[in-house]
Write a protein that binds this ligand. Structure first.
Ligand SMILES: *[C@@H]1O[C@H](CO)[C@@H](O)[C@H](O)[C@H]1NC(C)=O
Ligand SMILES: *[C@@H]1O[C@H](CO)[C@@H](O)[C@H](O)[C@H]1NC(C)=O
Length: 411
């Protein structure tokens, strides 16, 4: 039985469709058809679909955000056209199916929103642009994983990690010696923070979810669930193949996989030690996240510098504190005492709110502000108090849409 499920899951993966979309802001309208289909052996009855465009700001039509409840599912054989304007937004994002755990069955792809040609990008045009979708992968299919959660159980550890839908050494990225390439790395997985690194090569971070960052060089980068990062990699090593390594963060055991960076004139296969991540170290990860800042003088989607918006001077009118934990609900519910409902919090139009995320669990949480960005002004271990505000970065915090919360995180 379990073998059978395994085979189904594998078939599921190989038939799924991954599209890379390039949106050119010069044209008024661009139409893309995303055809989503399933393998034959997948159990019937799970084929309704909606997709979330992770990080895309949907102006004036936020009801099309692909979330069940605001968006109706697309029945089998039917189609739905999202009409949207990507305005004042550039960068690396991705889309994924949002119903019934379909995300566990793949069906996601990268979205690149390019700057208009007249707007300077704060780095030379790279010789190539790669989308790298990394994520944890489960032996069980999406229906089984959903059933587990519906029964109040945790989903098991993943079977492994995939890079662009491929297993160990299945994903290849071709480079030419001496040239520089852009890698847009998104964590499209379900639950694991992933560490990304390339043997013998440094990665210069240039963009996070639409914000051009201070260009810092990293040897390994933590990418939490739902996040997208762009790095520049120069093929400045002796020509051969190199390992690209991806492994889980803060887990025991640590799961790893590799892909290949290969030089066009490579004489041989990748060899030598696969680069290791720096421990399961929370401080390291936290410090890395804090080191990611906005390049205030670079332009974003428009000509004006990203730092021309002084978010630190805005008066905050409301503080929203979101604390959660898996906790437990008593078996004998008091009638009317508790119900399952979408929680709606009200804030005034055009006002500025402070949101505090507090993680009382022992896993990393990833919060996605669907259709919105926020400035990540602080991040710390421990409880938030009003004193924490003194540590806020009110100058060059990054504006992004997906943030990791390990213990405590302020936005
Ligand atoms: C989408 O649905 C409409 C109406 O049901 C149909 O006319 C159209 O051909 C469909 N488009 C695609 C791309 O399947
Ligand atoms: C920020 O962007 C400017 C303008 O494009 C660029 O010249 C500069 O090198 C960048 N600074 C850093 C620290 O990345």
């Amino acid at each position: 039985m379990s073998l059978n499920i395994k085979r189904n899951a594998f078939f599921f993966l190989i038939v799924c469709f991954v599209a890379f979309v390039v949106v050119n802001a010069e044209d008024l309208y661009k139409y893309f058809t995303w055809t989503v289909s399933y393998g034959n052996i997948v159990p019937l009855g799970v084929s309704q679909h909606v997709s979330i465009l992770n990080g895309i700001q949907q102006r004036k039509n936020s009801w099309q955000d692909g979330v069940y409840g605001t968006n109706c599912p697309i029945p089998p054989g039917r189609n739905f056209t999202y009409t949207m304007q990507v305005k004042d937004q550039i960068g690396s994002f991705f889309y994924f199916p949002s119903l019934n755990f379909h995300k566990a069955a793949c069906g996601f792809g990268g979205i690149r929103i390019l700057s208009r040609p007249q707007i300077p990008v704060p780095f030379p045009e790279p010789s190539g642009d790669y989308t790298v979708l990394i994520g944890d992968w489960y032996t069980y299919n999406n229906q089984h994983l959903k059933d587990l959660l519906d029964q109040g159980r945790r989903i098991a550890s993943p079977e492994g990690i995939l890079i662009n839908g491929r297993g160990p050494n299945g994903a290849f990225f071709r480079v030419e010696e001496g040239k520089t390439y852009r890698f847009r790395i998104s964590n499209v997985g379900l639950q694991n923070s992933l560490n990304f690194r390339i043997q013998g090569h440094a990665m210069k971070l240039v963009e996070v979810e639409g914000t051009h960052t201070v260009q810092t060089t990293y040897s390994s980068l933590d990418v939490h669930v739902g996040q997208s990062y762009s790095v520049l990699v120069k093929a400045d090593q002796p020509a051969k193949d190199y390992y690209i390594a991806v492994s889980t963060r803060f887990t025991s055991p640590v799961l790893s996989t590799t892909g290949i960076l290969y030089y066009s004139n490579s004489p041989g296969q990748a060899s030598g030690p696969i680069p290791t991540a720096r421990g399961n170290d929370i401080d390291f990860s936290l410090n890395q996240a804090r080191s990611i800042r906005t390049n205030l003088t670079a332009s974003g989607p428009r000509l004006n510098p990203q730092g021309s918006y002084y978010y630190g001077r805005n008066r905050v009118t409301r503080t929203i504190r979101l604390a959660n934990s898996a906790g437990s609900i008593p078996d004998n519910l008091i009638f009317g005492g508790m119900r399952l409902e979408t929680s709606v919090m009200v804030a005034d139009f055009r006002s500025f709110v402070e949101i505090v995320f507090e993680n009382n669990d022992d896993t990393v949480q990833s919060w996605h502000l669907d259709g919105y960005n926020a400035f990540v002004v602080g991040m710390d271990i421990g409880m938030w108090t009003s004193d924490s505000r003194r540590q806020y970065n009110l100058r060059d915090a990054i504006s992004c849409c997906t943030i990791q919360v390990r213990y405590l995180h302020l936005a």
